[in-house]
Ligand binder design. Sequence first.
Ligand SMILES: Cc1cc2nc3c(=O)[nH]c(=O)nc-3n(C[C@H](O)[C@H](O)[C@H](O)COP(=O)(O)O)c2cc1C
Length: 188
Amino acid sequence: MLNLQVIVASTRPGRLGPLVAAWFYGYAREHGKFDAELVDLAAVALPLYDEPKHPRFGQYEHAHTQAWSAIVDRADAFVFVTPEYNFSPPPSLVNALDYLSREWAYKPVGFVSYGGVSGGTRGVQVTKQIVTALKMMPIPEAVAIPFFQQYIDRDSDTFDPGEVQAKAGGVMLDELLKWATALKPLRS
Ligand SMILES: Cc1cc2nc3c(=O)[nH]c(=O)nc-3n(C[C@H](O)[C@H](O)[C@H](O)COP(=O)(O)O)c2cc1C
């Protein structure tokens, strides 16, 4: 089974991203067509980019980069669970992308975005430009959740945006699987 990493992009104290990611991760496991893995950038804890050599050489000086490289390397596809900050990706996501090169290449990425009226989509559009420089394939099928805070149950600390968004998630995962399967031979 191909590996899907659901990546929690926000790292700030008090962040809501983990609630959104827990919902989608649960859904991805139910979907059952990927070996789904939850990756939290706060736990990965990368400092601001600090490698002396360009990542395309893969010669990483720091243990944190080597650890991050090993995580991303084993993925066949990604879903970035991300807010937008000032109509852009959170700096934690851009930083995590910049750290590596070959590990991202020829892998598809879908987005679960959340925010106010835009549902985080402006930040996703900017992220798509960045990931294409890394030879990733950002897919158009997506989950975008406007005014996402209304779907948080404060008592149970869970998030559920409902059937329509779950259905969009299924369409995205099916499409990610097609791309992940097609792109895998390019990496050998
Ligand atoms: C620095 C900053 C910038 C933000 N900019 C936007 C924005 O451009 N659009 C938006 O819909 N929400 C914006 N927000 C509100 C976020 O959608 C909201 O804080 C959300 O909880 C952020 O995700 P997180 O809690 O997982 O970090 C911003 C929040 C922060 C902290």
